[in-house]
Design a protein around this ligand. Structure first.
Ligand SMILES: NC(=O)c1ccc[n+]([C@@H]2O[C@H](COP(=O)([O-])OP(=O)(O)OC[C@H]3O[C@@H](n4cnc5c(N)ncnc54)[C@H](OP(=O)(O)O)[C@@H]3O)[C@@H](O)[C@H]2O)c1
Length: 275
């Protein structure tokens, strides 16, 4: 990865995960600057990871080739207001803020001239197992895309979207997805407890089962439907359980849940666009 100067605005969960990924990939700490309204937080992170810290926003972005918006969506307008007079050097903006379209950020910054990349990572990025959707505007050059891709590859897998609206579907899949799987694991744990297993055993085995199944699915070329068939013997226990899940229309339930998440992603996107 080329060593450009990068500034993170906001040093919460997502920024911390990304900075850790960079540091782990031996990105030089003196090329990374942390800035947060909560200066104690960014200072502590800077000390821990041996990166730079700058409390003044204008100074934090002065020499940055890349600025990462790692703030909550409702803070983006205010940050842009404070930033807009400090971007003459045309840095590339990478936004992690969920639901905010690049055109909205460009409007807040009062410029159409910047390379901008929008990302939709997910919480497993915090442990290097993320899945991130990326979309770049027309000003982003090959080098900007390459750099953004390396940043998110340091915390998981990456997919480039041709249309920005695809990020809404990615939000419904991988953005919200960890919560769906937590619910599935919780349901399995509670069902196991009702079968007489002790709580911690039920929890650990439901988690390990999801982890094991995920790894098998990742490591083979078979489709998910084929993998399911492979572990379902006729007349066996798995077949009986799957019959019940199918009678309950699990797939249709997931389809409805994810359509609802997708719709909400679009609603939030248009809401931020009207600010
Ligand atoms: N966490 C995830 O898994 C995940 C997944 C996908 C997308 N995202 C997106 O990533 C973004 C960051 O999420 P997060 O979980 O990292 O949030 P977070 O932990 O709340 O971090 C945001 C940080 O930004 C600070 N901040 C607020 N206003 C600021 C300002 N004007 N200037 C500088 N810093 C400011 C906050 O300080 P205070 O706490 O003092 O307000 C906080 O330290 C969000 O837009 C979220 O939608 C997160």
């Amino acid at each position: 990865m080329q060593h450009k100067s990068i500034t993170f605005i906001g040093t919460g969960n997502m920024a911390t995960a990304l900075i850790r990924g960079l540091v782990k990939a031996h990105y030089p700490g003196n090329c990374i600057t942390a800035h947060d309204v909560n200066t104690e937080k960014s200072q502590a992170l800077a000390i821990e990871l041996n990166i730079r810290h700058e409390a003044d926003l204008a100074l934090a972005v002065k020499d940055a080739a890349i600025i990462v918006f790692a703030i909550k969506p409702n803070a983006v307008a205010a940050v842009c207001q404070d930033l807009k007079d400090h971007l003459q050097h045309k840095p590339c903006i990478i936004s992690v803020a969920a639901g905010i379209q690049l055109a909205t950020i460009a409007r807040f910054l009062q410029t159409d001239a910047l390379a901008m990349i929008r990302s939709m990572p997910n919480t497993p990025a915090l442990i290097g197992c993320g899945a991130t959707g990326l979309y770049a505007n027309a000003n982003a050059k090959h080098a900007d895309r390459e750099w953004a891709e390396s940043l998110f590859r340091a915390v998981g897998i990456v997919h480039w979207c041709d249309k920005e609206s695809t990020l809404d579907a990615i939000t419904a899949l991988s953005g919200s997805g960890p919560a769906y799987i937590f619910l599935v694991m919780q349901a399995m744990q509670e069902a196991a407890e009702s079968l007489g297993l002790e709580e911690s055993l039920a929890k650990t085995f439901s988690i390990q089962t999801v982890l094991g199944a995920s790894r098998v699915a990742l490591e083979t070329a078979h489709s998910l439907a084929e993998l399911r068939k492979q572990v379902t013997s006729p007349g066996g226990t798995t077949e009986k359980a799957l019959e019940v899940l199918e009678q309950g229309n699990l797939k249709a339930l997931f389809a409805r849940a994810m359509q609802s998440a997708h719709q909400q992603a679009k609603v939030l996107s248009s809401h931020y666009d009207t600010l």
